[in-house]
Design a protein around this ligand. Structure first.
Ligand SMILES: [Ca+2]
Ligand SMILES: [Ca+2]
Length: 425
């Protein structure tokens, strides 16, 4: 995907939604209320057994309609089959683009036969049964010779009928595609000593471990705060020039802001904001010199920024940005160096950062790839070399490494070091 299409991700989402509604009203009698299952797909396919090419609801290219039928079955069952065409090989392209090619057949999968590696395949049909030994039942269009019909083939090895095969799973189907990547946030960065340089920290269990340099080693400051499963947050809540911490209990949507990182001397400000399951964000949204908080709703991709950390404050700014997905993780920063923190997102699925320079709804001003697609990492931001625009980094829980970058662009890490112990993402 090029930069322009990434920038249009949100617009594309809205248009796709509108098209889906139109298609539903014209051709689909009853879209399933919930996500399709493999059984839904098999049932749609079986209901067409014995029918020929013409006079049926699927498109029909006479003599070459197996892909017309298989694509129609997926769509009729509620699968987003965008990219599937009248060509059997289009299922291979679809599977490659969405990461759904598999070696193990499942009910609802498509089997592509005799793919030539260059955009042509002989046939495609739908798996309607899978036995423990791997044999499958299939229903396909344009089978049986002559003009062809929708036919059922009883148990057969998927690979010994018409030669080599490629199995493609429908994306987004219950039990039918890879689950979205998720990560639990336990790492963060801040200027704990107020020298202008942002450094790292981690929260494990109920304990904060802060380090004053971006290098491996032991914690410079350690104290207990929060609880297991609570999300650590950071900010200069009172304008001292030093970053302090807080925690967000996602079960109760409650913020706990700690006045300082002094292990022996701190007070707490508490308030409820957001809804259970939302993700806390922090930033100096208006350039006051104090950090406030906000929340991100991953179900709607909406940011809600709170004007202040006064528990009685009710002023907020709402920002729609990005796509609703559990794989998109919010990350905020002063990307243009004007003293105001704005929104950003990291998509774990494609390893792209999407940064926006204003707290208004819209598309990304800066988009770039950093890290590996489909890997559970925690995005961070900070001033690794002192004042100036915030730049990004990621923490990889599997090896407990921070990878910090000195510019908001793709490339190799400018600084990489281990801190803490590896954990389950
Ligand atoms: Ca510092
Ligand atoms: Ca800014």
């Amino acid at each position: 995907m090029n930069g322009t299409s990434r920038r249009l991700a949100r617009i594309g989402l809205a248009v796709a939604g509108a098209l889906t509604m139109i298609a539903g009203s014209l051709t689909v009698a009853a879209l399933p209320a919930q996500a399709a299952t493999g059984a839904d797909i098999a049932n749609v396919a079986r209901a067409q057994l014995g029918k020929g090419c013409g006079g049926n609801p699927w498109p029909c290219h006479s003599g070459e309609w197996c892909a017309d039928f298989a694509g129609w079955v997926w769509r009729q069952a509620g699968v987003d089959a965008n990219g599937i065409t009248a060509a059997a090989a289009s299922f291979v392209s679809y599977g490659r683009a969405r990461g759904t090619i598999t070696n193990q057949p499942h009910v609802g999968d498509a089997i592509v036969y005799q793919y030539d590696g260059a955009g042509w395949a002989a046939h495609v049909n739908i798996v309607t049964g899978v036995r423990g030994d791997g044999y499958v039942q299939t229903v396909g269009g344009n089978e049986g010779g002559g003009a062809g019909s929708v036919r059922f083939v009883d148990w057969h090895a998927p690979g010994n009928w018409n030669g080599p095969i490629i199995i493609v799973r429908p994306f987004g189907v219950v039990g039918g595609g890879p689950p979205p990547v998720r990560v639990h946030i336990e790492e963060f960065t801040g200027d704990w000593d107020g020298n202008g340089t942002t450094t790292v920290g981690i929260h494990r269990g109920n304990t904060f471990y802060l380090r004053n340099s971006n290098s491996g080693g032991v914690a410079d400051v350690t104290f207990g705060y929060g609880d297991h499963g609570w999300i650590p947050i950071v900010g200069d809540w009172n304008g001292t020039g030093r970053t302090s911490v807080g925690v967000y209990n996602p079960a109760t949507a409650t913020f706990y802001l700690r006045s300082s990182t002094d292990p022996a001397n701190a007070t707490t400000t508490t308030f409820v904001y957001g809804d259970p399951g939302w993700i806390p964000i922090t930033g100096d949204w208006t350039g006051t010199g104090r950090t406030s908080v906000g929340v991100y709703n991953p179900a709607t991709s909406m940011f809600y920024e709170r004007a202040s950390t006064d528990p009685n404050s009710t002023v907020t700014v709402d920002v729609g940005f990005g796509d609703p997905s559990p794989s998109w993780v919010p990350v905020t920063g002063d990307w243009n160096g004007d003293g105001r923190t704005t929104v950003g997102l990291y998509n774990l699925g494609n390893a792209n950062f999407y940064l926006r320079d204003s707290n208004t709804s819209g598309v990304a001003d800066v988009t770039f790839g950093y890290g590996n697609p489909n890997e559970a990492v925690v995005p961070v931001s900070g001033h690794w070399n002192g004042r100036g625009p915030s730049t990004i980094g990621i923490y990889r829980p599997s090896n407990a490494y921070f990878y910090l970058r000195n510019s908001n662009s793709g490339g190799v890490a400018d600084s990489a070091f281990g801190y803490g112990d590896p954990r389950t993402p």
